[in-house]
Ligand binder design. Structure first.
Ligand code: NAP
Length: 326
């Protein structure tokens, strides 16, 4: 028996979670696990057909989900700051949010440096900047829900702890460096957010989770969501001793979102680093460096032009106002 299991989650009826990159991988399985426990989930993604297929899969696989309208979908491309702003404006129409899973990510970066329409390096924009902006834009509904934001880190930040002095990798781009730097940044920003939210008295917890090594070829087939070829199934099966399914990989972020004992600044990851039940773990040294986090925060603020309204989110009158609308 695993020590933690999403089938034993508390009843999440009445709670609303937003998940980025919800049409595949960890984002899909996290959404499914939350819905299974009774939550309402806004599944977001950049492609309307893929997001619709993911919603249909949850409806098929979770009894009663379609009848109770457990899933909404929303277009959100985290690499595009305009898309982030538009999605945030829609989401702010909700009275409150209980959790935000900042999951979307490029895990196989392009061989050569690419930039977005906003002029930012693609991996940094997708994995980091879009999420920094989204979390900042949703601070008020999260505060109203006494909610949580969960950032996706990675064990790669221990393997090659790059200091992101040049977060946009204007010089020295490699796909691996772009990926690891982005995960150093999401973890450091998640921990820095916890410090800032706590210091300002904002009733929102910022938590980091990493899924170990989670692969599609070790994951149950889900039509429209996870359909690995038999060649991928075969090669991924060779990794069985050091890898787990994406459904299992979703356990750490789902625990971070829902465990009543989780606190701001906590980091969750698999028990055996690459796989296993989620538990509280130690983040890598580079992600705990306050100077690195401060530098990244300033860069993210400047680049996205999003300043977190900590004073407003902490104001008791605002909290009372949100609660009066419940
Ligand atoms: N799997 C692992 O072993 C592992 C390890 C450490 C950390 N992580 C982290 O966990 C998260 C999820 O990884 P995964 O393994 O589930 O990856 P995945 O299976 O490749 O899924 C990535 C998801 O992100 C979405 N996405 C990519 N670019 C996007 C954009 N610009 N806007 C919106 N959504 C976008 C993808 O949507 P499309 O289908 O439209 O591309 C997809 O839904 C990532 O942040 C990753 O860094 C994963």
């Amino acid at each position: 028996m695993p020590a933690w299991d999403p089938d034993l989650l508390p009843d999440l009826n009445g709670r609303t979670y937003v998940v980025t990159g919800a049409n595949a991988g960890l984002g899909y399985f996290a959404s499914e696990q939350l819905v299974r426990a009774g939550a309402h989930v806004v599944m977001t993604g950049r492609n309307p057909l893929r997001v619709a297929a993911a919603r249909a899969a949850v409806h098929r696989r979770v009894p009663g989900a379609a009848d109770r309208g457990a899933v909404d979908t929303l277009l959100l491309d985290t690499s595009n700051l305009g898309s982030v702003r538009a999605a945030a404006a829609t989401l702010r129409g909700r009275k409150r949010l209980d959790g935000l899973l900042l999951n979307a990510g490029i895990v196989h970066p392009p061989a050569h440096r690419q930039t977005t329409a906003d002029g930012n390096e693609l991996v940094y924009a997708t994995n980091v900047l879009g999420h920094f902006a989204l979390a900042g834009e949703l601070l008020l509904p999260l505060a109203a829900g006494l909610g949580r934001m969960v950032w996706l880190g990675s064990m790669s930040t221990s393997l090659t702890p790059y200091d992101p002095v040049d977060p946009q990798l204007v010089d020295g781009y490699t796909p691996w460096r772009a990926y690891v730097q982005s995960k150093v940044a999401t973890t450091a920003l998640g921990l820095e957010a916890a410090r800032r939210l706590g210091a300002a008295g904002v009733p929102v917890s910022s938590i980091v989770a990493h899924p170990g090594f989670s692969i599609g070829g070790r994951t149950a087939g889900v039509a429209g969501v996870n359909e690995p070829t038999s060649a991928k199934r075969f090669t991924d099966s060779l990794l069985t001793p050091i890898a787990q399914s994406k459904a299992r990989g979703a356990w750490a972020p789902v625990r971070a979102l829902t465990d009543p004992a989780a606190r701001g600044g906590d980091v969750y990851g698999p028990r055996f680093v690459v796989k296993g039940e989620p538990k509280r773990v130690h983040p890598s040294r580079i992600t705990r460096d306050r100077d690195v986090a401060e530098r990244l925060w300033q860069d993210a603020e400047q680049t996205t032009q999003v300043k977190w309204r900590l004073d407003k989110a902490a104001r008791p009158s605002l909290r009372r106002w949100w609660f009066s609308r419940r």
